[in-house]
Each structure stands twice: as structure tokens, then as C-alpha cells.
Design a protein around this ligand. Structure first.
Ligand code: PMP
Length: 773
């Protein structure tokens, strides 16, 4: 656009006002973000001329005009910036300067009064008046329908996620920490509820500059330029973010506004739940936009007017727990958000000591009481949200509504057992088998991974008429007696007897990072596979089979090199054994490229064991094998599991498969997973504590070491890291033979934004740990 001097601009505007409005007077540029001029006519009437920028459409101006007229029509006794039509009745005037610049402007009636922020303190009466006024505004605007109302802009509170990646522009780590927390609450508490919040056209920027006060009363409202369709509660959240900026007890002040608002326009529980996160997010967006603008022009004071006040308040709000904030904000509405939290944590811990066995543990140094889950998020007693990067059971997301509904509906209709006929059993078995290679066509349904592995072992032993099994070092297959016997993770671990049963033979983990052979290539895979052959040859009895996870989880998130399974299975089969793959942790599309992790190595096992994600948290598991093996197993002894394959479980299992397919979660896992792995690889390059990062799809591991040469495990640091990450709202666990591998295996619905937040926070915490060690 051709440049124009200040004087030329004023001259051009004077001409525009004269020719198109028939007015003359003195023009003064007004302070603030937008290009606005005050026009003082000789008769002492004042107007404001607002210049439109290239992004301002006539639709937007129409919405502005409609909003103001609607508030007047609804009887709001406020001074409002009414649009003055041009001589020919237009809403906008245009003028082409000599230099070729098109000036577009609209003339508004002047609204007298002082800005809210210049008339402090406000006091309870003004807060109550604000509540009533906002409710009336929202009530009046609700009826406006305009095709351009669906617009957005960079202050759009319902799209604040767009600013999340810019957290890194803030240099101070403590401030970044606060912003990460705010955006986590926004993503976890507010965003999932957006779909359930009433929406309408809102003002969109009721800040303490746009609210005018006269003699202690609210007199007017300015600037309808940010009007847009949004969750209605955003207006209240924005106003509260600003009018409490200088309040010593901001939540008390805000509760007065909320109480008065609620009496005029009833708020829903969901609106009260999102209010505090939205207030904080508005402040966070404001400081992030300031950080962005500082890069453009650090001296433009009008851009930074509320920055330090916003930071001060963000810091203050950061110490307030979401549940306490919601309860306080709602205290004058008669509603009780977070009303069903149960017993306090200390009481619960005491009770656990009295009736729960001491061998059962609670995660983290300071255990969490989780009261709710949704998607990839869990919410604790205090309403704090956590990004769950650990729970591969709730595969399609915590409490997925489709899965919940499937269970509830079937539960309300019928639950029996497999001795009766019902469609659900065979429909589900067929659907499950359709995800597998053709040979794997027969399903046994049970209730847990342990039970499924028990059955797999029994099948192998019955069919081969042999007892001896090969198991992988560090593996875990379940908690029952025989499963402990085939789980080196347990029998070699704390409290274990320290040596295998005579029928159990341990083969090394195909670990290309820490093991005997290094690398991920097929030669390494073959070398590890041949180790299996060597061990078979040393056993003086024939083997029944080999049980292995397709990728090793408790063993330390190990991805066996290619050709490993082909080679190992060939040795096992040559010795007459069956090959069992335990997909309890890694199946159902988690690896992204394939539905089952064994498919990565182009092998077909004889028996596949499924658990955890199969029911998204409902206790079910399955053993799938070949028809011929199932025939040989049918030696006269009936197979019956009371709950296995019951109609409710089948309905739930079916819903899980449908959701995976319909939401494209396997593909999504591949995409987000490789993005995460790329980010982790970049972190490895700058943090020596990270010895190795590895994984496929959303099954990833970060191995921490003290020394990259000796691979000395950083066990204590890994423990500390998961506790640090928990304190920053991210749930992870540690595993592996040296307890130094951070395991990432989240619900498959995590987003790129979640992954990016995790990477930023991990980077922060690694940096901090390196400095403090
Ligand atoms: N196999 C593997 C690989 C597992 O990780 C687990 C559980 N952690 C099991 C089997 C046992 O499953 P469950 O706890 O459902 O009995």
C-alpha cells in the first residue's frame, strides 16, 4: 500500500468527512491499537472515525452495526458507538488519496466516560452492575444471525490454541512454565466442553478500556470490532480477566460479577467449569501477543499497556487450583461445580493402608487421586488436568462416549455367557479376525492379559504335549502363578526367587542399543534370532513354544531389529514349538504402520494374545489362534470362562474397533508418533542425559544414561523426571531392567499440540536437571 504522511492522512480524512458526511472539524488521532480519530465539530459535537484495515470486510462492519442497534433495541441504557450513515445512507465511506491509497472509514457517535481501568477500585456494586450488564448484552446479541459471524481473529478465545506454539517466544522459564500450565488447562478443561456450551454472537473484547464508567456506574461499551460467534461464556471470561487485574482478591470480585450475571442469564455447570481456564487463557494470549509484537516493534507502548499487570495476575492465578477457582467463582450462583470429589487424599491413603495389601503400590512420590477422565486427559481431586502419556489401556481415549454407550446399552439389555447364542460373540470374533492374517481365525475370550497368556501357554503345552518354554529376558506376561514363572521381570526382580523354573529358558532381549549385538539392521536381528536357536539346542528336552511380546514394554520399550522374529520363529518351529506373540501392550494400531506389531516383521504367529486396549478399560482379553490348533486343543475338556466373551464385553470390543477405524486412529498414531520421535531425537542431540530415543507410532521410549559410552543407567534421574513431569501435568512411567526408560504409550487420541507441549516441557526439565545436578 502506498505510504502516506500523518498530515496527508489527516487532510484526506477531512475531505472524506466533508464530502461523505457533510461534516467539518478538528481531527485528533486517538491512542490505542486501532487507527481511530476524534472529530470535534465547530458545534462541539464529537464523533469517532474508525479507519478499516485491509482485513475489515463490509460484513464485519455490518455485524458491528447490527450489534449496537440490537443492544439499543433491547433497551440497554448504555451509551454505544452508533454508526452515523454517510450522506447517501451507506455504513462506510471510501476515499482514494492522490497517492493512490484507498481510505475506508466509518463514523461513530462519541461515547463519553472514563475507562474502567481509570476509575478504580470498582467495588461490589459496580461488579454486580457489570454482571447484570454483560448478561443483558449476551441475551440481546444471542438473536443476531449473520453469514459472517463465523469469522475468527487472533484474539478469538475459542481458537487460543493457535498461540500455544509461541510460548517459546517468552524467555523467562518460570513464565513459560505458567503459560504451559494455562494452555494445558485450556486444552484439557475448556476445549472438550466447547461443543456443549451455548454459542452466539458476542462482543469479543469487553476489556477494561472498552468499558466506560461515569460517576461510578457503567455508562457505555466501546469497540464492537471483535464481534464473532463464540461460546457465550467467552465474553464473561474476557471481562473478568481484565476487570480483576488490579483486584487484591480477584476471585471474590469475579464471583460478584458471576453471581449477578447468573441471576440475569443462568449459567450452566459447564460454563462455570471453563470460566477460570478461559480467564487465564485470555491473559496468556495477551502476553504471548505482546511477546510476538516485541519482535516487531519493542517501542510501540500501546501494544504493551497491560502486559506486566497480566503477568502479575497470571502468576497469582497459577497458584490457584482449578476446582477451588470454579467453586469460588460459582459461590454466588448456588451451583457447585466439582461437587462430587469424594474423600480427601490423606484420608484415602490412610484407608488404603487399612484394607488394601501393601504389595499394591500407588504411582508417584505424591500419589494422585484421579476423579475424571476424558480423551487423553485425566483430572485429579483438585481439578488439575494431566496429559496422560502412559495409559495404553484407554486406547481410544478415556471414557470414549461411543464405547461407554455401547457398554451401557448392552448392560441394560442383556448380559449372559457363551453357553447361549447371541450375535455379538460371532460378529465381534469375525470383526477382530478381519484385522489379522487369514490363518488366525479362532478366538477365545477371557478377562485379562494374564488369563489370556495362561490360556495361550496351556494351548501350546496341550497341543505339543510338551512343557518347556522360551521366554525373553526382562519380559512380563501376567500376575498369576504360572505367568510369574515365565516373567523374568518378576521372578528375577524384587521379591522374585531369582532363578527360573527348570522348564523356563531365557533368551536375550533383541536390544540393539544395550544388548550383545548393536544396531537395528537385519544382521543384528538375525544374530539375536540365532541366539534363540543356540539356546534351543542346549535344552535337553523338546520345547512347547516361545512366548514374546512383539515389542518389549516392561523390558524397556525395545524394538527388535528386523529379521529377528523370522529367524527366531524358524528355530522354534524347527524344534516343533509354537510361537506366541503377546500384543497386550502394543496391539490395535498403536505402532501406526500396522494394526498388530508382529506384522512389522512379516511373521504370522501361531497364537496371538490381546488385552489392555481391547476393551478401552473394560476388563477383557482374547487369545486368537489357527483353527487347526484350536481343534487339537479341543481334547474333550471344555473351555469356559464365566465372563469371557459375554455380550457386554463383545459390544464394547466392537465399539473400540469401530472407533479405531472411524476416527483413523492407527494412521493418527503413526503421524503423531513420528512427529514425537522426531522431536525426541532433536532433544537427544542437545541433552547428554538422553542416551537413546526409540519407538514406533505411539509406543516410544526415552532411555536416560549417565554416560553415553558406558551406558550407565540414569535410574534416579528417570524417577525424578517422571515426578517432575507429573508436577507439570504430564503422566509417564519408568521401566526397563534398570528402571531408566521413560515409557510413552498414550491413548491414541493425543494431538500434535499435546506432543509439542510434552517436548517443550521435557526440554525445560532436562535443561533444569542438567543445571541442578
Ligand atoms: N502381557 C503384557 C505384555 C503386559 O504388559 C501385561 C500387563 N502389564 C500382561 C500381559 C498382563 O495383563 P493383565 O494385567 O490384564 O493381567
Amino acid at each position: 500500500m502506498p505510504d502516506i504522511s500523518k498530515k496527508d492522512m489527516t487532510d484526506a480524512i477531512s475531505v472524506l468527512i466533508k464530502t461523505q458526511y457533510g461534516l467539518t472539524g478538528t481531527l485528533t488521532r486517538l491512542a490505542g491499537e486501532n487507527e481511530n480519530y476524534l472529530l470535534q465539530t465547530p458545534g462541539n459535537t464529537q464523533f469517532v472515525l474508525k479507519l478499516a484495515d485491509e482485513n475489515t470486510s463490509s460484513g464485519m462492519i455490518e455485524i458491528e452495526h447490527l450489534s449496537v442497534e440490537r443492544l439499543i433495541e433491547a433497551g440497554l441504557t448504555l451509551c454505544l458507538p452508533r454508526l452515523v450513515p454517510t450522506r447517501i445512507g451507506g455504513i462506510e465511506a471510501q476515499f482514494l488519496t492522490d497517492t493512490g491509497r484507498l481510505i475506508r472509514g466509518r463514523l461513530l457517535e462519541f461515547v463519553p466516560g472514563q475507562a474502567w481501568c481509570d476509575v478504580l477500585p470498582a467495588g461490589p456494586d459496580r461488579f454486580a452492575e457489570l454482571g447484570r450488564t454483560l448478561a443483558k448484552i449476551n441475551g440481546a446479541l444471542e438473536v443476531i444471525v449473520h453469514p459472517d459471524a463465523g469469522r475468527t481473529h487472533h484474539w478469538d478465545l475459542a481458537k487460543a490454541q493457535q498461540h500455544r506454539p509461541s510460548i517459546c517466544l517468552v524467555e523467562d522459564p518460570e513464565r513459560r512454565r505458567i503459560l504451559e500450565q494455562v494452555f494445558l488447562s485450556y486444552a484439557a478443561i475448556a476445549m472438550p466442553l466447547f461443543a456443549f456450551l451455548p454459542r452466539a454472537l458476542i462482543h469479543g473484547d469487553i476489556n477494561d478500556d472498552n468499558l466506560l464508567v461515569d460517576k461510578g456506574r457503567i455508562q457505555g461499551i466501546l469497540d464492537f470490532g471483535d464481534c464473532l460467534e463464540n461460546p457465550i461464556i467467552c465474553d464473561l471470561a474476557i471481562a473478568l480477566a481484565y476487570v480483576t487485574l488490579d483486584e487484591p482478591d480477584p476471585l471474590e470480585a469475579a464471583s460478584q460479577v458471576v453471581g449477578a450475571y447468573h441471576r440475569e442469564r443462568a449459567l450452566s455447570m459447564d460454563e462455570l467449569m471453563v470460566l477460570f481456564p478461559l480467564m487465564c487463557t485470555r491473559l496468556a494470549v495477551s502476553v504471548i501477543i505482546s511477546a510476538q509484537r516485541r519482535k516487531i516493534d519493542p517501542l510501540r507502548a500501546s501494544w504493551f499497556v497491560s502486559e506486566e499487570r497480566a503477568w502479575k495476575k497470571l502468576k497469582f492465578f497459577n497458584d490457584i487450583l482449578p476446582a477451588d477457582a470454579a467453586v469460588h467463582l460459582a459461590s454466588k450462583t448456588g451451583l457447585a461445580p466439582y461437587g462430587d470429589r469424594g474423600k480427601p487424599i490423606l484420608e484415602l491413603l490412610k484407608e488404603r493402608k487399612e484394607c488394601i495389601p501393601p504389595s499394591m503400590s500407588a504411582a508417584y512420590d505424591a500419589p494422585l487421586k484421579i476423579i475424571r477422565g476424558k480423551g487423553q486427559y485425566l483430572y485429579d481431586f483438585h481439578g488439575r488436568p494431566f496429559l496422560d502419556l502412559y495409559n495404553n489401556v484407554c486406547h481410544v481415549g478415556h471414557c470414549h462416549p461411543r464405547v461407554v454407550a455401547a457398554g451401557q446399552q448392552q448392560m441394560a439389555r442383556l448380559n449372559t455367557n457363551t453357553r447361549y447364542l447371541y450375535d455379538g460373540l460371532t460378529d465381534y470374533a469375525q470383526r477382530l479376525c478381519s484385522t489379522l492374517p487369514r490363518e488366525l481365525d479362532t478366538c477365545y475370550f477371557v478377562n485379562s492379559g494374564s488369563e489370556a497368556n495362561e490360556l495361550a501357554l496351556r494351548i501350546a503345552r496341550t497341543v505339543t504335549q510338551r512343557s518347556d518354554m522360551l521366554v525373553v529376558d526382562g519380559a512380563y506376561h501376567g500376575h498369576t502363578g504360572t505367568m510369574i514363572d515365565i516373567s523374568p521381570y518378576k521372578f528375577m526382580g524384587k521379591g522374585g526367587k531369582g532363578f527360573p523354573e527348570p522348564w523356563v529358558h531365557i533368551v536375550p532381549v533383541a536390544d540393539g542399543y544395550r544388548g550383545k549385538f548393536k544396531g537395528q539392521d537385519s544382521e543384528t536381528g538375525k544374530a539375536y534370532g540365532d541366539e534363540v536357536g543356540k539356546i534351543i539346542r542346549k535344552i535337553d528336552r523338546p520345547i512347547a513354544g516361545f512366548i514374546t511380546e512383539s515389542l518389549l514394554s516392561c523390558g524397556g520399550q525395545v524394538i527388535p531389529p528386523s529379521t529377528y522374529f523370522k529367524t527366531a520363529f524358524a528355530h522354534v518351529r524347527a524344534a516343533g514349538g509354537l510361537c506366541i506373540t503377546d500384543e497386550v501392550q502394543v496391539g490395535f494400531g498403536r505402532v501406526g504402520s500396522h494394526f498388530w506389531a508382529f506384522e512389522l516383521q512379516d511373521v504370522v504367529p501361531d497364537i496371538v494374545v490381546m488385552g489392555k486396549p481391547i476393551g478401552n478399560g473394560h476388563p477383557m482379553a482374547c487369545v486368537v489362534t489357527r483353527r487347526q490348533i484350536a481343534r487339537e486343543f479341543a481334547n474333550g475338556m471344555e473351555f469356559f470362562a464365566t465372563f469371557g466373551g459375554n455380550p457386554v464385553s463383545c459390544a464394547i470390543g466392537m465399539a473400540v474397533l469401530e472407533v479405531i477405524e472411524e476416527e483413523g486412529l492407527q494412521y493418527h498414531a503413526g503421524q503423531v508418533g513420528s512427529h514425537l520421535l522426531k522431536g525426541l531425537t532433536a532433544l537427544k542431540a542437545c541433552h547428554p542425559l538422553v542416551g537413546d530415543v526409540r519407538g514406533l507410532g505411539l509406543f516410544l521410549g526415552i532411555e536416560l544414561v549417565l554416560d553415553r559410552r558406558t551406558l550407565s543407567p540414569a535410574t534416579q534421574q528417570a524417577h525424578e523426571m517422571v515426578n517432575r513431569l507429573k508436577n507439570r501435568g504430564i503422566l509417564l512411567g519408568v521401566d526397563g531392567p534398570f528402571s531408566n526408560v521413560i515409557k510413552i504409550k498414550p491413548p491414541m487420541v493425543i494431538t500434535r499440540a499435546d506432543a509439542d507441549m510434552f517436548l517443550r516441557i521435557l526440554d525445560d526439565e532436562l535443561t533444569d536437571m542438567e543445571h541442578t545436578q
